[in-house]
Design a protein around this ligand. Structure first.
Ligand code: 8X3
Length: 253
């Protein structure tokens, strides 16, 4: 199914956001790619422009003023955003709460929770006015279950889950679909960021199992976006086959 819908993707320069941008480009969605790394944004724009119309916005989701300035700078032809994919998000650190790094906590709350809110608050009124739209929030199994040392990352994703449910309730009757995708272990830069660039520690997260890939999640996002008008994929928990819960993972080592 081809779609010309204008689709705004945060965190589009890596991981699930990037995989989703690539898949949606192939399916004709018009893309507004957002990220904080200009070089990556420009490369992706160049690459995907052969498949669909693409524009980029460069800002950090945690910077409230930058979010509003960037979104309001869109030309009229890009203003009527049909789909918002809130993919920007990270884990920083995996420490017990009593010794957690407060800068890490700030980063997770600012990016995963407040960033999602800033972007959504800017885009939602237009969707409400047009009585149509689709928001896809990337949550996590960490937003459903707390696990050891997950503490503030889990709290941020529990908040995303609550915000997603709130959106669905507050927007009920507004003609806007709200979807949550809640992945388990997906191999992206996620663990590298969590462990602050320690590649060998990051690799242990996926050791002895076949993790999900960004493409697997992109596939589900496309599925949610292409259901008939009356169907909403509300809340989707996704695991690799080796995973049964946040903490129960079978590893063949
Ligand atoms: C990422 C999944 O299990 O590492 O959101 O928290 S997990």
């Amino acid at each position: 199914m081809s779609s010309k819908r204008i689709t705004f993707i945060t965190g589009a320069t890596s991981g699930i956001g990037e995989a989703t941008a690539r898949l949606l480009a192939k399916n004709g969605f018009r893309l507004i790619l957002c990220g904080r790394r200009v070089d990556r944004l420009k490369m992706l724009e160049k690459e995907l422009s052969s498949l669909t119309e693409v524009t980029t916005l460069h800002f950090e989701v945690r910077d409230r003023k930058a979010v509003t300035t960037a979104i309001r700078s869109l030309p009229d032809s890009w203003k009527n955003i049909d789909v918002l994919i809130n993919s920007a998000g990270n884990a920083h650190g995996l420490d017990p709460i009593q010794s957690g790094n407060i800068d890490d906590w700030d980063a997770m709350m600012d990016i995963n929770v407040k960033g999602l809110l800033y972007v959504s608050r800017e885009i939602l009124p237009g969707m409400v006015e047009r009585k149509s739209g689709h928001i896809v929030n990337l949550g996590s199994i960490a937003g459903k279950e707390v696990y050891a040392n997950g503490n503030i990352y889990c709290a941020s994703k529990f908040a995303v889950d609550a915000i997603t449910k709130s959106m669905r309730i507050d927007l009920n009757g507004a003609g806007i679909k709200v979807t949550a995708i809640q992945p388990g272990l997906v191999e992206t830069e996620f663990s590298l960021v969590r462990f602050k660039g320690d590649a060998s520690r990051a690799a242990t997260a996926y050791k002895g199992l076949v993790p999900l890939r960004g493409d697997d999640i992109a596939d589900l996002i496309l599925f949610a976006l292409t259901r008939p008008a009356h169907v909403v994929v509300a809340d989707l928990v996704v695991f690799p086959i080796a995973q049964a819960s946040a903490a129960v993972v079978k590893r063949e080592i």
